[in-house]
Design a binder for this molecule. Sequence first.
Ligand code: BEZ
Length: 341
Amino acid sequence: MKKIKKWSVFLLSISLMIFSLTGCNDSESVGTATSGDGAGKTYNFKLAHITPPTHMWHKAAEKFKEELETRSDGRMKMEIYPSSQLGSEADMVEQIAAGSVDFGFITAAYMSSREPAFAAWFTPYAFEDLNEANAERDSEIAKKILGTLDQQGLVGLDYLFAGQRVMLFKDKEVKTTADMDGLKLRVTPSPPMQDFYKATGASTEGLPLPEVYSAVQTGVIDGMDMDLDAAITNKYYEVVKHGAVTNHMVWPSVAMVNKSTFEGMSEEDQQIIKESIAAAAEYAAVTRAGQEEEFKQQLKDNGMNIYELDSSVFEEQKKMFDEKYGPTNPLIQEFIDTFRN
Ligand code: BEZ
């Protein structure tokens, strides 16, 4: 009996210690997650993404952090983990779903392997330019695609556009799809992106970004699908001669947050998150759209032959996408029907 009493006292003191450390004050931070409701709550969020600090997605992450701090009067703080510091995109999404990381900017290309509807964003030539794509971030269909993340323990918040896709070639100036026949090209391992190239007669290698530079340098590949920003930040101009500005697809990352973290917040705090990410997404797209000419010039100044290739070159690839991918998913079909000119 005496033993039981001793144990009860011990357990009670432990409970009191835990309570005094965590539960007694709504205005105290408890790490990445939150405790209770209330306008005075503080947060220490973590955000992860794959690009280097020079890339627009990282700048957008910094803008998001700044907006959160300002709009919450300093209650919301954030640590950013760029350059795949927390692992591959697959690892990051797992961490976000589990709640050990709060936010992520994850490529729509990777997300399409978890939820096929994200492939809709790779509808070739769906938008005239980056500004037009950015204006549709808020469209019904864009929101429906974000909504599919709900079943994965995630809340899809927004999209961040870092330019459109272009083609870089090591030795050959490609002007027609016939010129691509037989070339081995690095294309992000996303089926609609790879199918676009296969339909030209090229073969595709799904190399991850960090392996691309040496693969093209050593001749393992003849070129790559890329965006202008990444072509500069990764110095591909040192190892490729030709750059065809095709702008054949947009290249969004998906801003997401752990579902329980988000749903555990007050409506006011959720609103701060939504407005902050919208400001960061707007900043990314508008800044990036304004850099198009500057980036092309930078690549030319670094010795590249930069030229434009218009959509008429890729009519067959457009048709292939619509016919192959539309019927696979109602959201992809709705996307094509909404944006195909
Ligand atoms: C790519 O895999 O091609 C890529 C990923 C992130 C940013 C830019 C490019």
